[in-house]
Every structure is written in structure tokens, then in C-alpha cells.
Design a binder for this molecule. Structure first.
Ligand code: ADP
Length: 728
């Protein structure tokens, strides 16, 4: 209601402004017409006077025409502009001009043969012109005035005869006949002219009404078109805005940017003191309300954008007002009558019952007109858009409300997407993390499994070796233990045979015959050789068994003092297929044999030597001048062992990987890639270090530093293999 009362004077004002400007344009055009007309008339006058020599009061007529031009010029140059804003003044101005025109015409007719002049037809012009700027009444008034002027002229022209005419009492005679004729003439002309003037006025009125009506129709059409254009412009603007909001919210999935862009765009499109978006906290993040607001600064036009994620005032929205609006957002779905409501519009917010709980806040903010537009995603409210204005008579237009509703829908979808994407990416991050963990665990398990298999294999091999050594040990001990007796018995038998050769001649022949037959001398000499060979053989077997036992060290799973040199030597013997005088020669450093014993797990250290020595042997395999150098030296409280080969060396690009489990450059079936990684873990377990230096084409040296007293460790670790050798 307030809205319609407030709007009507506005409409009137704008309409009268339109009419005034229309009248102004018409007045201006008429003045131009007057100037043009009088100039043409002037030319005609001069032409007729100079060529036709017609007798009329040329100078006076010309003066009148000139004066018409002059006052028209003055009117055009100054007066009309000054009267531009007042319709009443413009009308009076036009009326004065028409009176002047009528008087000028009367003068012109008077000076061009007076009553006999045909120029009286020009009187029709002011009538016609009046239809252009006046209404119906004006036209007839001008017609009456023009008729009066003409009648006045008639009377004035006949004025010299009037005393005579009025005094003529004699109804007969020539004078009376002339007077009668004159009267008739005056009356007839007056009547004729008045009728023509009013007829012409009627015609002009009709024409002007027709043209006004068609004008009105045109105007109506124009208005309808303008309305259509305005509507489509409005729609286009709205679509542009929606598009740009869409683009804005699609270009990012960050909640802050989405809200900032939506608020900025909306604040450009609606006329409001405050545009804000309130969002409830996203699940599980915080209890803060998210606010994005755009409010005119003191400079009025310059909109500023503020945001906050805490329960603090943002712009003119106090923290309490924020929570109140958000707490009521679920009730936005339905009104008191249970109908679904999409938009809440409050024209006088401080007086509205809805804001009764936050009356103070509303009053202190100064907002009178408030729109609350919930941002619904299905049945879930994602927040509220607030439009607020402090002006008393501010009513938000329908188009603004529609636009706000559309934006609310877009923003709700965008928030939902942002939330979903956020959840997805956090789940993705979790999954990637878990995957990485699984990968690491998988690798660890694989390594452990391989080490266990390797361990088991090596343990079986160790047990086999130890078993064989044990089984061989007893029989060889019998053999070796009985050999001295065998020698002793053979010597005694030899002595017996020698004694027997002292018997008589006749018995000795048979005895000698038997000795010859059995090749006694050869047998005796060979028996010694056999016994010596047996001795040597059994000694060798015992040595081998000692080596096997020393290598397997089944009896040494505990930390104990052991000689590194012995360990290396026994390993070299196991690897006798590679190393030896006719194979790869091995050179020991001078102090090698005199190294002190170290407290260690001897079986595990033997495994290290086995891996390093077999790698070196394999690297140098088939090489013409292969050579192995083994060096040991005392370094403070540790022993440093260096095993150098002159093999092909290790390529730069694989040097960083050779201690990795499963890294091998050997063909499938030959290398497991576990040897060096096991060495590394064994040496680490002893509190020592292992490293290498290698030069391509020249060879590789492995350095092993072992402290003289290794730390006591649990013997059951996967890498702790009591008798492991690298399978080849
Ligand atoms: P594997 O012997 O089963 O391949 P290792 O862990 O013992 O596994 O060795 C890893 C790799 O290190 C070998 O494949 C080899 O390329 C390189 N390597 C080790 N020792 C030497 C050496 N003395 N000379 C050249 N390359 C070596």
C-alpha cells in the first residue's frame, strides 16, 4: 500500500515532465517554422515588388514580416530555453506568439490592399499552428481571436465611412444604398470569415485529435516495446549475473572464494545497503559461522567485502544476529500456515514479530527492509542470503528477489559440491597415505619373507654341512687313530720277516721263493708309501672337516671371541673352486694373521665374508689376471678389513642401490640381491660399518669395520643366520 501511494506522484511527475519536454520541442519547431515562413514571405514580397510592381505598402509589409522573424529569432534564441522546464509558461509563451502572429497578419492584410487583400487566408495559419501546441479549447479561442482581428480590420478599414453610415437616416437615395451595401459587405465578410475560421478550427481540431490518437497509440506501443526491452535487458542482466556467478563458483571449489564471488556479484546487481551470506559450520570442522558480506563503505558507492569465520560481528551483522538468523533457517521451509516459503521479505524489520528476539540488534543496525533467502539444497539448508537496506521506503523489487533466489540455489549447489570435493579429497588423501603404508609394509614383509627363506635355506645347508662333517669325523678318526698302529704292526711284521731270513739254507729256499713270488721287497717299500698316503689323506680329511665345522660354527651361536682371519681363511677354503694357487690368487697384508680376536657371532661374520668373497670371485670370473687382496688392520678399538678385487667395478648409477634388498645385476637364477643387504644388517648388528669404493674397469674394495667387542644382541633376528652362505 505504502508502495502504491508513494509511486503515483512519481508517475504524474514523470508524465508531466514528458509533456513539458514535448511542448518544448513543438514550440521550438514552430519558432523555426515561423522564421522560415517569414523569410520566404520576405523573399516573395521583394520579388513581387520588384518584378510585378504591385502597389502595396511594401515597406510596412516588409517591416511586419521582419518583425515576425525577429521576435521568432529572439524566442528561439533566449526565451524558449528559459521556459524549458515549465509547461504553463511555455503555453503562455505560445499564446503570446499566436496573438503577435494574428496582429502581424492583420497588419500585413491591412498594408496589402486592406480589405481587398487576399492575404486574409493567412489567418488560417495561426489556427492551424494552435492545433499543434494547444488543446481543443485553445484552437477555438485562436479562431475566435483571429475572427475578431479580421472583423476589427473590416471595421477599421470602413471607419472613415462609419460616421456617415451611422448618421444616414434617409432610407432612400444613392448614399443610403451605398451605406446599406457597405453594411452588408462588412457583415457578409465577417460572417464568412468567422464561419471559415471556425470550420478550419474544427478541421484542425479533428486532424490534431486523429494525430494525437495515433501518437498515443504509437506511444503505447513504444512504451510496451520499452517495457519489453527493459524486461529482456533485466533478464539478460540476470542471466549474465547468474552465468558469472556460475563461472565464479565453478572456477573454484574453495568455499571462501565461492561466497566472496557470489556476494560481490549479487551486490552489484541489487540495490541494498548490505548483501551477506551466512553459512553454518561444515560438518565436524568448527562451530563457527561463516559470513561473507558486502556493505557500502562511508563513500556510499564503493562496496567493500568483509568476511569472517568466527562468531564476531561482520559489517553490521552482529554475532547474535548471525546466530539468530542461522538458528531459524530450518523454519524457513514453512510458514505459520504450513506452506512452503522460499523467500522471507520484511518491509519494516524492527516492528516485525519475526525479529522480536533480536529487536535491539536490528534497531542498532538501522536496517528496515530485510530479505532472508535460504540457500536450499533439496531439503537441507546450506545457509542464508541476506539483503538489508536502511531506507524507509525501500521495497526490494521482484526482479531482485528472483535473482537472489536463483543465486541462492547456485550457491547452495556450489557449497554442496565444495563440501563433497573436500570430503572426497580428504578421503583420497587418507587412501593414498594408507596405500603408501601398505606398500612400505608389503616391501618389509617381502624382505622379511625372502630373508627367512634365505635363512632357512642357509640353515639347512649349514646343518647338512655340519652333519656331514660330524658323520665323517668319527670314521676318519678311526682311520687316523689306527694308522700309527698299522705302521707299528707293519714294522713288526717286517722285523719278523727279516728274522725269518736267518733260517737254514734248505728251508730258506722255499721262503725266498715265496718272498719273490709276492714281491716282498716292493710290497714292503710300497706299504710304507701306502701308510704315508693314508696318513696324509686322513690328515687332509680331518683338515677339511675342521674347516667345515669352523665355517658352520654350529656350536658358536652365542657371542664369543673369534679370529677374523680364521673365519676368512675357512671361507676361502669353502670357496676353493674360485680361490687357490691355480685359480684366483689371494694376497694377505703382512699383519693379517696377527689381528686380535673380536667378540662376535662367528657364524654371522663368516656369512659376511662368504658373500663378499663370492661376489668378488663372480665379478672377476673369466678374467685373465684376477687377483684378490685381503687387508686387515687395527683401528683403535676396531678391526678394519678390506677385500679388494680387480674386477670390472660397479657402475655409478647402481652404486646407491647395491645395499637395497633384491637389487641385483646378475641374471635370474644367479643373484638374489640379498647378499649385501644381509651383510649390511649383520655388520650393523655388530655395531660396525660396511661401505665400498669402486672404480669402473679397475675394481672394487669393500671395507668392513668391526668393533673388538660387539654388543650383545638377540640371536633370533631374521638376518641372524648362524651359518649362511650365498647360494650360487
Ligand atoms: P647378488 O650377488 O645376489 O646380485 P648382492 O646384494 O650380493 O646380490 O650384490 C648386489 C649387486 O652388487 C650385485 O648384483 C653386483 O652387481 C654388485 N656387486 C657386489 N659386489 C661386487 C663386486 N665385488 N664387483 C662388482 N659388482 C659387485
Amino acid at each position: 500500500m505504502t508502495q502504491s501511494i508513494a509511486r503515483e506522484p512519481n508517475i504524474d511527475r514523470s508524465k508531466s515532465r514528458e509533456l513539458t519536454s514535448e511542448l518544448y520541442l513543438k514550440s521550438e519547431q514552430l519558432l523555426r517554422f515561423r522564421i522560415a515562413f517569414s523569410l520566404v514571405s520576405l523573399c516573395l514580397c521583394v520579388g513581387i515588388y520588384s518584378f510585378a510592381g504591385v502597389e502595396f505598402e511594401f515597406y510596412r509589409a516588409t517591416g511586419i514580416i521582419c518583425s515576425v522573424s525577429i521576435y521568432s529569432f529572439i524566442g528561439l534564441a533566449f526565451v524558449v530555453k528559459a521556459l524549458r522546464s515549465s509547461r504553463a509558461k511555455l503555453q503562455s509563451f505560445n499564446a503570446i506568439l499566436l496573438v503577435l502572429d494574428a496582429l502581424a497578419l492583420t497588419g500585413l492584410v491591412h498594408f496589402t490592399h486592406g480589405i481587398e487583400s487576399d492575404l486574409y487566408v493567412l489567418y488560417l495559419l495561426p489556427i492551424m499552428l494552435s492545433s499543434y501546441t494547444f488543446g481543443r479549447r485553445g484552437i477555438y479561442l485562436v479562431a475566435a481571436f483571429v475572427a475578431l482581428c479580421y472583423i476589427g480590420l473590416l471595421v477599421y478599414e470602413s471607419s472613415p465611412l462609419l460616421p456617415y453610415l451611422l448618421q444616414s437616416t434617409n432610407p432612400r437615395g444613392l448614399a443610403s444604398a451605398f451605406a446599406f451595401k457597405l453594411w452588408r459587405r462588412i457583415f457578409a465578410r465577417a460572417f464568412f470569415f468567422t464561419s471559415v475560421a471556425f470550420l478550419w478550427a474544427r478541421f484542425c481540431d479533428y486532424l490534431s485529435r486523429v494525430s494525437r490518437r495515433s501518437n498515443e497509440r504509437l506511444l503505447e506501443q513504444l512504451e510496451a516495446n520499452e517495457k519489453l526491452i527493459a524486461e529482456s535487458e533485466e533478464r539478460a542482466k540476470r542471466e549474465r549475473l547468474i552465468n558469472s556467478i556460475n563461472k565464479g563458483v565453478r572456477s573454484t571449489l574453495e568455499l571462501d572464494s565461492i561466497l566472496r564471488s557470489a556476494v560481490n556479484q549479487l551486490s552489484q546487481a541489487v540495490s541494498a545497503d548490505l548483501v551477506a551470506i551466512l553459512c553454518p559450520p561444515t560438518t565436524g570442522e568448527s562451530t563457527n559461522i561463516y559470513v561473507q558480506a558486502s556493505e557500502p563503505s562511508t563513500a556510499a558507492l564503493d562496496k567493500e567485502s568483509v568476511s569472517g569465520v568466527a562468531n564476531q560481528p561482520v559489517g553490521s551483522i552482529s554475532a547474535r544476529l548471525q546466530s539468530f538468523i542461522l538458528s531459524r533457517r530450518s523454519s524457513y521451509l514453512k510458514d505459520d500456515a504450513g506452506r512452503k516459503i522460499k523467500t522471507f521479505v520484511f518491509t519494516d524489520a524492527p516492528a516485525d514479530q519475526f525479529f522480536a528476539d533480536v529487536k535491539e540488534e536490528i534497531e542498532s543496525s538501522g536496517f528496515r527492509s530485510i530479505v532472508l533467502q535460504p540457500m536450499m539444497y533439496g531439503e537441507i539448508s546450506r545457509g542464508v542470503i541476506i539483503l538489508a537496506d536502511r531506507r524507509k521506503d525501500k521495497v526490494f523489487e521482484e526482479s531482485e528477489l528472483v535473482l537472489t533466489k536463483v543465486v541462492a540455489g547456485q550457491v547452495a549447489v556450489a557449497i554442496e559440491h565444495a563440501n563433497l570435493v573436500g570430503e572426497l579429497s580428504s578421503k583420497n588423501r587418507d587412501l593414498v597415505g594408507k596405500n603408501l603404508n601398505l606398500d612400505a609394509k608389503n616391501l618389509e614383509l617381502k624382505t622379511m619373507q625372502s630373508q627367512l627363506i634365505h635363512h632357512e635355506k642357509m640353515a639347512s645347508l649349514g646343518r647338512l654341512v655340519a652333519g656331514i662333517a660330524h658323520e665323517l669325523n668319527n670314521p676318519i678318526n678311526f682311520v687316523h687313530g689306527n694308522l700309527p698302529y698299522l705302521k707299528q704292526y707293519a714294522d713288526e711284521l717286517k722285523k719278523l720277516v727279516d728274522k725269518a731270513s736267518e733260517i737254514e739254507e734248505e728251508h730258506r729256499r722255499d721262503f725266498d721263493e715265496l718272498k719273490r713270488k709276492i714281491k716282498y721287497d716292493f710290497l714292503i717299500s710300497d706299504l710304507d708309501n701306502i701308510i704315508a698316503d693314508l696318513n696324509e689323506g686322513s690328515e687332509r680329511i680331518r683338515h677339511i672337516i675342521r674347516n667345515l665345522r669352523s665355517f658352520s660354527r654350529l656350536d658358536e651361536a652365542e657371542l664369543k671371541e673369534a679370529s677374523i682371519c680364521e673365519g676368512i681363511e675357512s671361507t676361502l677354503k669353502i670357496l676353493s673352486q674360485y680361490y687357490g694357487n691355480d685359480k684366483i690368487p689371494v694376497h694377505f697384508s703382512p699383519g693379517f694373521a696377527s689381528m686380535p680376536q673380536v667378540l662376535c657371532y662367528p657364524g654371522q661374520l663368516n656369512q659376511v665374508w662368504m658373500n663378499l668373497l663370492s661376489n668378488a670371485a663372480q665379478a672377476m670370473q673369466g678374467q685373465a689376471e684376477a687377483r684378490l687382496n685381503i687387508q686387515a688392520e687395527l683401528e683403535g678399538e676396531s678391526v678394519l678389513v678390506q677385500i679388494s678385487d680387480n674386477g670390472p667395478g660397479i657402475k655409478q648409477e647402481v652404486q646407491s642401490k647395491i645395499f637395497d634388498p633384491f637389487f641385483t645385476t646378475k641374471p635370474v637364477g644367479q643373484g638374489t640381491g640379498l647378499g649385501l643387504s644381509i651383510c649390511h644388517s649383520i655388520i650393523e648388528r655388530h655395531g660396525g660399518q660396511i661401505w665400498f669404493s669402486s672404480e669402473l674397469g679397475k675394481g672394487t674394495t669393500f671395507f668392513v669395520r668391526i668393533p673388538l667387542t660387539a654388543k650383545r644382541q638377540s640371536p633370533n633376528l631374521p638376518g641372524e643366520l648362524s651359518q649362511i652362505s650365498e647360494p650360487d
